[in-house]
Design a protein around this ligand. Structure first.
Ligand SMILES: Nc1ncnc2c1ncn2[C@@H]1O[C@H](COP(=O)(O)OP(=O)(O)OP(=O)(O)O)[C@@H](O)[C@H]1O
Length: 311
């Protein structure tokens, strides 16, 4: 197997991995290691190269350059063997809308050469996992977005994968549906499944990922656990100040470790937001709105790239 110096098994190892589309470089030489049992994230805005990377790991798109090992094997040579042991949840659900929920699971099992009996049993287990047992014999079409996502995830687990790839798993879902889905992903992690998740939601990365890379423009800008990244690239707290529309924003550099000027507000990076706000008031500055919050991965992204994730 693929064992590194520390005795930790890496399920994915990429070195100087690149993907070109014609002359366009979507992935520009990235180094990534995903360890067994962890939830690993690719966080970045649309177009950062997350999906292109995932598709190479999923063995559905060849690499242009560099090295890639998945489960210790080379996707160029061992694609079918790798695919048999991973699960893939694509960005868009590709369920068979005319079949029932249960049939979607059973038929997928057949693609992996499972017996009819085994497919039936597995479908029952996965319906339970996806909290869709009461919809088992309903058609897929009328299900909510959250239910369809859970079914797509359940389907990706038919072959008991060691590694599950999820491309933007909660995009387009409402908050309640997202939380339900996160809960299911936590459970998979507890069961020992290694997860790789791409997302442009910083709260999703913070909630789910043990480690992540921040991707931008086909490159990795930083790597670490959410708290490591926040400690390294941001301050404990952020004071957000809004001013009258059109008013000139005051120069508050001296009150914070760093100031970011966004079109609609100022962000003051500080260890103690309330204290900083008091100083700003003492100085005679009167924002129309102020908010003290903890630093997040959004602040890390802004620091690293000069842009917000939701641009
Ligand atoms: N088949 C393709 N042909 C040409 N360009 C492509 C192709 N697939 C992706 N790209 C380009 O590569 C860049 C990276 O795309 P990719 O889908 O990997 O980004 P992403 O970070 O996953 O963003 P998204 O969330 O939009 O999927 C984008 O500029 C995209 O337009």
């Amino acid at each position: 197997m693929f064992v590194n110096v520390g005795g930790v098994e890496n399920l994915v190892e990429a070195k100087a991995l690149t993907k070109h589309f014609g002359t366009f470089e979507a992935v520009r030489g990235i180094d990534v290691e995903v360890r067994r049992g962890e939830a690993f994230g690719f966080l970045g805005p649309n177009g950062a190269g997350k999906s292109s990377t995932m598709r190479m790991v999923a063995c559905v798109s060849g690499r242009t350059g560099g090295e890639l090992k998945v489960l210790g094997m080379d996707p160029d040579r061992d694609g079918p063997k790798i695919r048999a042991r991973i699960g893939v949840v694509p960005q868009l659900d590709n369920l068979d809308l005319e079949l029932t929920v249960r049939q979607n699971l059973q038929i997928y099992g057949r693609y992996f050469g499972m017996s009819r009996q085994r497919c039936r049993e597995k479908a029952v287990e996965l319906l339970e996992f996806a909290q869709l047992a009461d919809r088992a014999d309903h058609e897929v079409e009328p299900l909510s977005g959250g239910m369809k996502r859970r079914l797509t995830i359940a389907r990706s687990l038919v072959n008991d994968p060691e590694l599950l790839l999820l491309d933007e798993p909660t995009t387009g879902l409402d908050p309640q549906a997202r939380h339900l889905l996160w809960d299911r992903l936590f459970r998979l992690k507890q069961d020992g499944v290694t997860l790789i998740i791409t997302t442009h939601y910083m709260d999703e990365a913070e909630q789910l990922c043990d480690r992540l890379v921040v991707m931008d423009g086909g490159r990795i800008a930083a790597e670490g656990s959410p708290s490591e990244l926040i400690n390294r690239y941001s301050t404990r707290e952020v004071l957000e100040l809004r001013f009258q529309p059109g008013a000139e924003k005051p120069d508050l550099e001296r009150f914070a470790e760093r100031v970011e000027v966004l079109p609609d507000r100022l962000l003051l990076y500080t260890q103690d937001g309330e204290h900083t706000l008091a100083k700003v008031h003492e100085h005679g500055v009167q924002p129309i709105q102020s908010l003290v919050r903890r630093s997040s991965l959004e602040d890390v992204f802004l620091r690293l790239t000069g842009r917000t994730l939701v641009d």
